[in-house]
Design a protein around this ligand. Structure first.
Ligand code: GCW
Length: 747
C-alpha cells in the first residue's frame, strides 16, 4: 500500500514539475535570464551544495535538454533522472525532457549490461567499466547513432545515481558540459553517518536543532525532508546511516521502533543508503526476555538471532549494528568477563545469515578491574592507551563480518590529535575510521572550523606499519592483509532549516562525504568545490572562502589547545576553557590530568618514563615521537612534559611560544572575520549576516579561551607575563566562575 501511495505521489510530483514547465518539448523556450541569476538572492541554506543556480549563458550552451535512460527502470534510476532534470533545469533555466529518443546532446544513462545499440564506443566503455565495481561510474562524451551525447554508465544502478551527481557537480563548478570526462569508484565499501540521535529527538552533541528523525511521528508520517537528506548523501556517495545514538536504549529494538526504522529505510533505499541501528548490549536482559546478557549464554545468542530475523523481515537490506560496549556506563561483554571479540562475534553470528555487519567501537576506557586497582592506589592508566590495550590483542579474533570502529585519535575528537595507534596495529581486522563531523570540541556550530584539513591530516598519517609506507587511508583500504574497512562520521545534521546549524558546517558534512568516497582528495580542492556550489563559481568568492576555511581549524587549535594540549574544555558540555578542572569522578576526565601543568612545566609524558603509550605506534613512528626534538611541534605536549624554558624551534622558550600560539589563534579569527566582511557584495544577505554574527561571536570566544588559558597557566607556572603580552581581560577567578547549564548538545 505504502509503495502504491509513494508511486502515486511520484507521479503527481512529476506531473506538477512538467506543468511548471509547459514548454517541456519546445526547443524555442527562452532562457529565463540572460545573465547568471542574482547570486545575492537570499538563501536559507536548505539546498546545501545542490543549488543548481543558473550558469552564465556561455556555460549553458552545451547543456542537454533531454535525459534518456536505457534498459529497465528502477527507483534508483528514477532518482537519478529526477536529479538530472532538477539540476539541468536549474542551471539552464530551461525545461528538461525526460525519456523519448536520444537527440544530439542528450544525456544517456545506461548500465553496462544495457548499453544502447548504436553506441560507437561500446567496447571502450565496457573496458572502462570493468574496474569500476558495483558503485563506480563513468561519464564521457560518446556517439550514439552518430550523434554526440553524454553517457553516464555504471555496472549497477547506484553507480548511475552517483555518476549523475558527479556530472552535475562538474557542471556547477563551471566545467563545460562537453568537457566532462569522469571515472571513479570508492575504495571503501562502507561510508556511513552515525547519528547520535535519541528516541525522544534530542541529539547528543547536536548543535543543529532536534533530530532530523521524527521518531514519534514515524512510521505514519514520513517527512519529505528524508528524501532530501538521501539526495545530499547520495551526491557524495555516503551509503549508510546509523539512525540512533551509540548510547543506545533497549527500546530501539522493539517492534515499534523497527517499523520506524523501516519507514526511513524505504525512503533511503533508492539512494543507495542502508539503515543501521546502534544497539545496547543488555537489550534482551532489559526487556526481560533473557536472564543474562552474557554473550556465551545460548539463550542470549538465540534471542539476538531471532531479533535479527525479525529486523530483516521488515528491512531486507538492513545494514547491521553499531555497538558502544563497556564505555561510559554502557554495558558490555566485560560485565560477564568476556572480551570485545566474544561480544562482537555473538552479534555478528546473528546477522551473518542476512549479510549484516557489526561495527564494534574501540572507544573504551580502563577495564573495570583496572579502575578498581586504580581506586585502591594502583596506577591510573593513560586513557590514550586504553583502546590499544584492550583491542590490539584481539586482532584476528573477530568474525569476518565484524569491523572495529576507531576514533581518529586516541582521546576524543580533539581539535588536533595524532592518529590513533590502533590504525597501525590491527592488520587482521577491518577498521572503520570514526570522525566527528559535529564539532563537540571545536566550538559547536558557532565557530567556523573546516574539518577537511583535520580529516586529511589523519587519513594521510603514515603509520609505518610493517616498516613501510602505510597511511591510515591505506590501512582502511586493507592494504596490509586485505581486510577492507570503512569510514564513519558522527553527523552534524539536525532539523534546523540549513541542516547543520551554520552555513560553514555544511562544508564539514560535504568534506566528510567527499573523503569517504576518495581518501586521497585534497582538503583545499574540496573547500573550493564546496564554495563554488554553495556560493558561486566565481573566484572573487571562492578564493577568499577557501582561504578562510583552510586556516580555520588551525586557528581553533591555536586558541584552544596549541602545541599538542588537549581536553581543556568545560566539563560535560565541552564549551569553553576549563583547564583548572581537577575534581571529576574519574581522573582521566580532568583537564588537569591531560595538561599536567605546574611550576616545572607542562604536557603529558607518554614516553618510557611516563605512560609509555608511544610504544603503541610502529617502531619508526615511536622513535620519532619519543624525542621532543623530532616530535612535530603540533604534538609536542601530547607526548612530552617539558619545562617552561624548553627551547622551541622558533628560538622562543615554551612559555612565550604557548602565548604566541594563543595570540595567533585570536588574530586568525580576526583575519577570517575581516575577509568575510569583504565578501558582502558577493553573498546573499541572509547567509552573509548569519556567518558574520557567528564569526564575531567566535572572535569573542577565541579571546576568552586565550585569556582564560593564559591566566590559568600563568597561575600554575608562577611565571610573569612576557613584557609585550597583553594581560587577560579578567581574573582567573572570573573565568573559573562561568557556568553553562544550558549549553546544547547533551542529549
Ligand atoms: O566524546 C564523548 C562524547 C560523548 C559520546 C562519547 C562516545 C556518544 O562526549 O557524548 O557519547 O564520546 O563517542 O561514545
Amino acid at each position: 500500500m505504502q509503495r502504491i501511495l509513494a508511486r502515486l505521489y511520484a507521479a503527481l510530483l512529476l506531473g506538477a514539475m512538467l506543468s511548471t514547465f509547459p514548454a517541456a518539448h519546445a526547443a524555442t523556450a527562452a532562457p529565463i535570464a540572460s545573465t547568471p541569476a542574482d547570486p545575492l538572492a537570499d538563501s536559507d541554506g536548505y539546498d546545501l551544495w545542490l543549488r543548481y543556480r543558473p550558469l552564465p549563458v556561455a556555460g549553458r550552451a552545451h547543456l542537454p535538454a533531454a535525459v534518456v535512460t536505457a534498459g529497465a527502470d528502477s527507483p534508483t534510476l528514477q532518482a537519478a533522472r529526477a536529479e538530472l532534470q532538477r539540476g539541468l533545469a536549474g542551471m539552464t533555466g530551461k525545461p528538461v525532457a525526460i525519456g523519448g529518443g536520444a537527440r544530439a546532446g542528450s544525456v544517456v544513462l545506461a548500465r553496462g549490461a544495457d548499453l544502447p545499440s548504436g553506441l560507437a564506443e561500446t567496447n571502450a566503455v565496457r573496458d572502462a567499466l570493468r574496474p569500476l565495481g558495483s558503485e563506480g561510474y563513468l561519464v564521457r562524451r560518446v556517439h550514439l547513432n552518430g550523434m554526440p551525447v553524454t553517457l553516464i554508465a555504471a555496472n549497477a544502478d547506484v553507480g548511475l545515481l552517483y555518476g549523475s551527481f558527479a556530472w552535475l557537480r562538474q557542471l556547477q563548478l563551471g566545467t563545460a558540459a562537453d568537457g566532462v570526462a569522469l571515472a571513479s569508484r570508492p575504495q571503501l565499501p562502507l561510508r556511513v553517518l552515525n547519528h547520535w540521535d535519541n528516541l525522544d529527538r534530542t541529539v547528543e552533541r547536536g548543535y543543529a536543532g532536534e533530530s532530523i528523525w521524527n521518531f514519534w511521528e514515524l512510521p505514519g508520517v514520513v517527512d519529505p525532508r528524508y528524501t532530501d537528506y538521501a539526495r545530499a548523501n547520495a551526491s557524495l556517495g555516503i551509503n549508510g546511516t546509523v539512525l540512533n545514538n551509540v548510547n543506545a536504549k533497549a527500546e530501539v529494538l522493539s517492534a515499534d521502533f523497527i517499523a520506524k526504522a523501516a519507514a526511513v529505510a524505504d525512503v533511503l533505499r533508492p539512494y543507495g543508503m542502508r539503515v543501521y541501528l546502534s544497539v545496547r548490549w543488555s537489550t534482551p536482559l532489559e526487556l526481560k526476555e533473557t536472564k543474562t546478557a552474557d554473550p556465551l549464554d545460548p539463550d542470549v545468542a538465540a534471542w539476538w538471532k531471532r531479533k535479527a530475523d525479525e529486523i530483516y523481515k521488515t528491512i531486507p537490506d538492513f545494514g547491521g549494528f553499531l555497538v558502544k560496549a563497556n564505555s561510559e556506563g554502557q554495558p558490555g561483554p566485560q560485565d560477564y568477563h568476556r572480551n570485545h571479540a566474544e561480544g562482537a562475534n555473538m552479534l555478528a553470528r546473528a546477522l551473518a545469515p542476512h549479510h549484516g555487519i557489526v561495527m564494534w567501537r574501540a572507544f573504551v576506557y580502563a577495564s573495570p578491574d583496572e579502575v578498581k586497582a586504580a581506586k585502591a592506589g594502583g596506577p591510573v592508566h593513560d586513557r590514550a592507551g586504553q583502546a590499544y590495550e584492550q583491542f590490539q590483542p584481539l586482532d584476528g579474533k573477530f568474525d569476518d563480518n565484524v569491523l572495529v570502529q576507531v576514533k581518529n585519535g586516541a582521546i576524543d575528537f580533539q581539535p588536533r590529535e595524532p592518529a590513533h595507534p590502533l590504525f597501525g596495529a590491527m592488520p587482521k581486522t577491518p577498521l572503520v575510521m570514526e570522525f566527528q563531523i559535529t564539532k563537540e570540541y571545536l566550538g559547536y556550530a558557532m565557530h567556523l572550523a573546516y574539518l577537511g584539513t583535520l580529516f586529511e591530516e589523519t587519513l594521510r598519517f603514515d603509520t609505518r606499519a610493517g616498516n613501510r609506507d602505510m597511511t591510515v587511508a591505506q590501512v582502511l583500504e586493507g592494504a596490509q592483509a586485505g581486510k577492507v574497512g570503512g569510514i564513519a562520521g558522527v553527523a552534524n545534521i539536525g532539523s534546523s532549516r540549513n541542516w547543520t546549524g551554520s552555513t560553514f558546517d555544511q562544508a564539514n558534512w560535504y568534506a566528510f562525504g567527499r573523503l569517504a568516497w576518495d581518501q586521497r582528495l585534497d582538503a583545499r580542492a574540496i573547500a573550493r568545490e564546496w564554495a563554488m556550489q554553495t556560493f558561486a563559481p566565481d573566484a572573487r568568492v571562492v578564493d577568499p572562502v577557501a582561504d578562510i576555511m583552510m586556516r580555520s581549524r588551525e586557528a581553533v587549535v591555536d586558541y584552544m589547545t596549541p602545541l599538542g594540549l588537549h581536553h581543556l574544555m568545560g566539563t560535560g558540555h565541552h564549551h569553553g576553557p576549563a583547564p583548572w578542572v581537577n575534581n571529576l569522578e574519574r581522573a582521566d576526565w580532568n583537564p588537569a590530568y591531560y595538561h599536567r601543568a605546574g611550576p616545572d612545566g607542562i604536557g603529558f609524558d607518554r614516553g618510557a618514563k611516563g605512560s609509555d603509550v608511544i610504544k603503541q605506534y610502529a617502531p619508526e613512528v615511536a622513535r620519532r615521537f619519543a624525542d621532543p626534538a623530532t616530535t612535530p611541534s603540533e604534538f609536542l605536549l601530547w607526548f612530552h612534559h617539558l619545562p617552561w624554558t624548553y627551547k622551541m624551534p622558533s628560538g622562543r622558550t615554551l612559555w612565550p611560544e604557548l602565548i604566541a600560539h594563543y595570540d595567533r589563534g585570536v588574530d586568525e579569527v580576526a583575519a577570517m572575520e575581516a575577509s568575510w566582511q569583504r565578501l558582502r557584495p558577493f553573498v546573499d544577505a541572509r547567509r552573509f549576516d548569519d556567518t558574520a554574527r557567528r564569526l564575531a561571536q567566535q572572535h569573542r570566544e577565541a579571546q576568552w579561551w586565550r585569556d582564560a588559558c593564559i591566566a590559568y597557566f600563568q597561575h600554575v607556572s608562577g611565571l610573569p607575563l612576557p613584557a609585550d603580552v597583553r594581560a587577560p581581560a579578567q581574573s582567573l577567578q572570573y573565568y573559573e566562575s562561568l557556568r553553562f547549564p544550558y549549553a546544547p548538545g547533551r542529549g
